[in-house]
Design a protein around this ligand. Structure first.
Ligand code: DAK
Length: 261
């Protein structure tokens, strides 16, 4: 891989977009490597993924403007699909994904962060959807995910004005969960990931599925989905061990690899 670093530390994996000369902008090659890396994650061993950018200036400064500048309509649509497919793969990955946003998260960078379950950022982070200033719409899910994550009114304001916002404002509108000094960001992300990884993996995966898929449904159907996923946890190792150990005041023993029971 030329543009992606991938490292596994115990049950936590860290994926770094590594194209610092272009502030980690996403060209086709980066998107293809990102797709290949995410597809190859060992989901038996890894329980939480952290995505970040290389360097201290940028998470991802967007889709590659140079590459996009000469695209035809058909090529533009294909480029949008390439990004959408990999971001959707990240969003629907069975394990939780944390975006550790270490600087610029513009356009496709903000869209990548929004495909993750949780966003935390450094105090120099800058978020925005500058696309309308470039004559295009957000093309990697920005119009959809920003409106769902913050509010339709705030998403429309940010997208129509193409205004960038700093970390404190991103925190205020709920785009990120927490802001850290740059040097504390990765330790905080890894600590959160380790905290997630030590919990019962079947239950954590079921929670992700319940929240993501439930948000697409009306409340009655969403509650039926939750009931099914709740029920699916019973008779599994995690449930028997977790509840048994609570009753006997012992510490639960996690299974070394993930299996569906
Ligand atoms: N693409 C390509 N190169 C980029 C880049 C980008 N998005 N952002 C930065 N770079 C490159 C710069 O060209 C420069 O390269 P050299 O000139 O050194 O070779 C290097 O990174 C350093 O950048 P600067 O010199 O500009 O650094 P500054 O600190 O002065 O400024 C900046 C940092 C982030 C404010 C500035 O670089 C900037 O404004 N960058 C562009 C940010 C942006 O507009 N991002 C959104 C891109 S649009 C779609 C599919 C996808 C999309 C839309 C539609 N469909 C198919 C429908 C997605 C769109 C986007 O993401």
């Amino acid at each position: 891989m030329s543009f992606i670093q991938y490292e596994v530390q115990g049950a936590v994996a860290v994926l770094t977009i590594d194209r610092p000369k272009a502030l980690n902008a996403l060209n086709s090659a980066v998107l293809e490597e990102l797709d290949a890396t995410v597809s190859a994650i060992d989901l038996e061993a890894v329980r939480c993924l952290v995505i970040t950018g290389s360097g201290e200036k940028s998470f991802v400064a967007g889709a590659d403007i140079g590459e996009m500048s000469t695209l035809t309509k058909a090529e533009g649509e294909a480029f949008g699909k390439k990004g959408n497919d990999v971001f959707r793969k990240i969003e629907t990955l069975p394990i939780p994904v944390i975006a550790a946003v270490n600087g610029f998260a513009l356009g496709g960078g903000n869209e990548l962060a929004m495909s993750c379950d949780i966003r935390i950022c450094s105090d120099n982070a800058v978020f925005g959807q500058p696309e309308v200033g470039l004559g295009i719409t957000p093309g990697f899910g920005g119009t959809q995910r920003l409106a769902r994550l913050v509010s339709p009114g705030m998403a429309k304001q940010l997208i129509y004005t193409a205004r960038n916002i700093k970390a404190d404002e991103a925190l205020r509108i709920g785009l990120v969960n927490a802001v850290y000094p740059q040097e504390e960001l990765m330790p905080a992300a890894l600590k959160m990931a380790a905290g997630i990884a030590k919990n019962a993996p079947i239950a954590v995966r079921a929670c992700k599925k319940a929240i993501n898929e439930g948000l697409e449904k009306g409340m009655d159907d969403a509650l039926v989905l939750e009931e099914g996923l709740f029920g699916s946890c019973f008779e599994t190792h995690d449930q028997v061990e977790g509840m048994g150990c609570f009753m006997s005041r012992e510490k639960p023993k996690p299974k070394p690899v993930f299996t569906n029971n």
